[in-house]
Ligand binder design. Structure first.
Ligand SMILES: [Zn+2]
Length: 196
């Protein structure tokens, strides 16, 4: 009986500690996102890109502003397809009531325009193909999975408390190949956003 109580106390402690930990990650992630937005508004797009990616590594479900910021910054970095995917996601999530709706539509139009131009050019210059979007050069062949934050496990709040699930993107290894990581940055893999 006592043993059971002790076990329950530890389980309870474990859950509140991990909730606490997630709170800190969330706070740091949001502050990185804000720093990234500031860098973007200051015209430091490479720095902003770095900050946004660090922020994604920390945050659970990404807030909808992230789709706007990362999408717009991708436009400034001439990654037009990536910009289109994220900005479209923002508009889909928030609709016309979104705080950044007008800007999102503006940058979506610009990205579509620029993407179309490059596509047309590529048709003419078949020799230099596949230059439409810059590929992110990973520092090593594997990258920490930003969806499960390298843990290999996704925690979802279910009806009966936390539910654990092996990360469907990285598996239990918690790592993505550089190819998969680029798909993620492109907005084509595991883009889970909160629609608060
Ligand atoms: Zn993962």
């Amino acid at each position: 009986m006592d043993r059971l109580k002790i076990v329950l106390v530890f389980v309870g402690l474990g859950i509140s500690l991990s909730t606490f930990g997630q709170g800190i990650l969330q706070r740091d992630g949001l502050s990185k996102m804000d720093q990234g937005a500031q860098a973007m508004y200051d015209g430091h797009y490479e720095e902003a890109d770095q900050l946004f990616r660090e922020s994604m590594n920390l945050l659970g479900k990404l807030p909808s502003e992230m789709a706007y910021y990362f999408g717009r910054n991708s436009y400034h970095l001439a990654k037009y397809k990536q910009a289109i995917n994220w900005l479209t996601k923002y508009v889909q999530l928030k609709g016309t009531s979104g705080q950044y709706y007008d800007e999102a539509v503006l940058y979506l139009d610009r990205s579509n325009e620029a993407y179309k131009k490059i596509k047309e050019q590529e048709v003419h210059e078949t020799e230099n193909k596949l230059t439409t979007d810059g590929y992110y050069d990973c520092p090593s062949s594997y990258v920490m999975c930003p969806i499960c934050h390298g843990g290999g496990v996704l925690i979802k709040q279910g009806k009966f408390g936390a539910e654990y699930q092996t990360c469907p993107y990285s598996g239990i290894s918690g790592k993505l190949t550089c190819e998969q990581y680029n798909q993620y940055l492109m907005g084509e893999l595991g883009m889970e956003m909160s629609d608060e």
